[in-house]
Ligand binder design. Sequence first.
Ligand SMILES: *Cc1c(COP(=O)(O)O)cnc(C)c1O
Length: 382
Amino acid sequence: MIPYGRQHITQQDIDAVTEVLQSDFLTQGPVVPAFEQRLCKLTGATYAVAASNATSALHLACLALEVGPGSRVWTSPISFVASANCALYCGAIIDFVDVEPDSGNMSVIALEKKLQHAEENNQLPQVLIPVHLAGQSCNMQYIYQLSVRYGFRIIEDASHAVGASYQNSAVGSCQYSDITVFSFHPVKIITTAEGGMALTNQAVLAEKMQLLRSHGITRADELMTEPSHGSWYYQQLQLGFNYRMTELQAALGLSQSERLSEIIKKRQLLVASYQQLLAGLPLELPSVPKDRICAFHLYIVRLADKTQRKAVFDKLRSAGIGVNVHYIPIHSQPYYQAQGFRWGTYPMAEQFYETIISLPLYPELTLEQQSYIAEQLRLALA
Ligand SMILES: *Cc1c(COP(=O)(O)O)cnc(C)c1O
């Protein structure tokens, strides 16, 4: 089966991990901060906090922005469940903003309407989590303007978008947000096996996330409530978690990050081939606005005739092509339905869901495989 996404591991990656295995530290050593520094350099953000995965990084980000019981958090229904779950971990009230019909990203029109309505009802959100679907940035400048007007904070779920850019600045720079979160799951752009990172330009937020990442414990004298008892001393100031990234993970990520621009270029080449191979089929292909560079974590096509989706999907799977669907709307999940969400509430998201198929896209995909995929897709649509 040709998978929809797959990690790309080089000998250099293997050597980097092996070196850590033979070193003094498997966790809490020098490589995690080096990886954090690398991400700061790549994005222009001032602070980076590595975490065990993007889900824990999103949780830390919510906590740093003081999301708690009763807080309102809004995100996109077209995302992985973690984008919403992170708010529920904090006891918050989650809600969704409908998406643009073409990109599947949060619609600023729907957002503005929902904000106006929420203001009238005194139910404005405290935090908004836009998701850069497939690696394409949302309309962050507009979202930021709305945040100033309505007074909410912003966490970018950029799990798909390491290496992407928006208005000539890297996604992760937090130009229009408080915190940006990346995922390093193996199907994402670069991997640490499991891993995530929260970036911010605000020292207070970075400190809070660092503290909560490791049990709420500090060894910094200036944060302690009384003078240190000695060099063994630490204090637990809050109820934190063990959300740390290991040295092994960081070594893999650091090594992978050296190839980031190469990986993005390769993905863009593969996308260009798909666009040619699939032209003329009854599909809507992804298109990227001029002010953005898409990292292309996913290649999502939309079928002109949604009644064909299931049959086309099944035919491709039986032809050995590991197509997928990104995403099943979060509000349709049984857990969310049990919280009162209903089908029909976010029509654009639901329509998007019904028409989409993600085709395989990863650095080692070959042109021959792409031609095979295109041919099978043509047959399936015929
Ligand atoms: C993958 C993903 C996550 C979760 O990432 P993990 O590193 O697996 O925790 C969150 N949000 C989105 C949009 C994702 O695609």
